[in-house]
Design a binder for this molecule. Structure first.
Ligand SMILES: *Cc1c(COP(=O)(O)O)cnc(C)c1O
Length: 381
């Protein structure tokens, strides 16, 4: 098998047979001509399949090492499609500190269909084992988590799920991207992404993907695309295809800058704590070295209070205060009032998300410019 960077550029993206175009064309066609009843070139209607989307799905299946990939209009649309594997009476174990939209979907919509959810810290294998029930069909985890960068041991969690019988492991791999973490190679059954983040990489489109490993996943997720219609548009599929070609190059830059910024924050007297798996002091640094091939660009750090966090954030000139992550530009956010506001103060305290915590998605700008920007804002505290 070719290397990751070669596959990112070529898999699913052979030159166009009609014209020789080296890029997959953007097929803006809702429907396709048929030669006679029941005879066509493989495409009938773009909700069901579209050639630009098909190319992206082939590319993402290859990069994650899965059997098939299925793209949706957003990460949340992909996770909604994932839960269609479940039936009334089934039970799901979900990581206690996953993307906020995930438990909102599970608790406020899916639980109404008679599916039960238990939330546990999946970095604690004992707690996970205790949470599994005979009717547990799915374990859904994120590693590292947002914003506290807690890791779960993917191989150990997969082994627990499979020993339990009839239970799939889904890993939301948005934070690491397939370049740094390969959950399927570690035993996961399904990989989820918000392609909005690193896969697209330029903060200019939303999307989501489910990568499956079994024929049943392919049948089910294809069927959900056709039945519910929450598919990725051809244009956004084209954007993600374009983004994926530079994924490896971008991730290396995110990782280089991330390591340097984490070290800067760690040394600065205005910063009380830094959460980054690449720091030797991270409690799971050894696991990070084992199951990830880089540490990426996501860092959380503690400034002591909401006032200090706001003072810091308003002084930044290169880094942009905004939700989201994984783009080429450095984005910085305040979890307690932004991504994790809906959780409520009590749940945030339980998870360890404080009012003084800031999260940074380190971009690929020149490192000295980022360092200077962060340093001047920290020095003012
Ligand atoms: C952003 C995000 C999602 C949701 O994706 P959308 O594209 O915003 O719907 C899911 N999981 C993680 C880890 C995310 O960061």
């Amino acid at each position: 098998m070719a290397g990751f960077r070669t596959r990112a550029i070529h898999d699913g993206q052979a030159p166009d047979p009609l014209t020789g175009a080296v890029n997959v064309p953007l097929y803006l066609s809702s429907t396709y001509a048929q030669e006679e009843i029941g005879r066509h070139k493989g495409w009938e209607y773009s909700r069901v399949s579209n050639p630009t989307r098909d190319a992206l799905e082939a590319s993402l299946a290859s990069l994650e090492g899965g059997a098939s990939a299925h793209v949706f209009a957003s990460g949340m649309a992909a996770i909604s499609a994932l839960v269609t594997l479940l039936k009334t009476g089934d039970h799901v174990v979900c990581g206690a500190n996953v993307y906020g939209g995930t438990p909102r979907l599970f608790n406020q919509i899916v639980a109404g269909y008679g599916i039960e959810f238990t939330y546990v810290d999946t970095s604690d294998l004992h707690a996970l084992r205790e949470a599994l029930r005979p009717e547990t069909r799915l374990v859904h985890i994120e590693t590292p988590t947002n914003p506290l960068m807690t890791l779960s041991d993917i191989r150990a969690v997969a082994d627990l799920c499979h020993a339990h019988g009839g239970c799939d492991l889904a890993v939301d791999n948005t934070f690491m991207s397939p370049f740094f973490q390969q959950p399927i190679a570690l035993g996961a059954d399904i990989v989820v992404h918000s392609t909005t983040k690193y896969l697209n990489g330029h903060s200019d489109g939303l999307g989501g993907v489910l990568v499956g490993t079994r024929p049943q996943h392919q049948e089910q997720f294809r069927f959900v695309q056709k039945c519910t219609g929450g598919i990725l548009s051809p244009f956004e599929a084209w954007l993600v295809l374009r983004g994926v070609k530079t994924l490896a190059a971008r991730m290396r830059e995110h990782d280089n800058n991330g390591r340097a910024i984490a070290a800067l924050l760690d040394r600065h007297p205005a910063v009380a704590q830094v959460w980054y798996p690449g720091l030797p002091a991270h409690p799971q640094h050894a696991l990070a070295c084992q199951q990830m091939s880089g540490f990426g660009g996501m860092i959380a750090f503690e400034l002591g209070s909401l006032e200090r966090a706001n003072c810091f954030l308003t002084r930044l000139r290169v880094c942009t205060l905004a939700e989201s992550l994984g783009g080429v530009e450095t984005l910085i956010s305040h979890p307690a009032t932004m991504t994790h506001a809906a959780l409520g103060a009590e749940a945030r305290t339980r998870l360890g998300i404080t009012d003084g915590m800031v999260r940074i998605s380190v971009g690929i700008e020149d490192l000295p410019d980022l360092e200077q920007d962060l340093r001047q804002a920290l020095d003012a505290l």
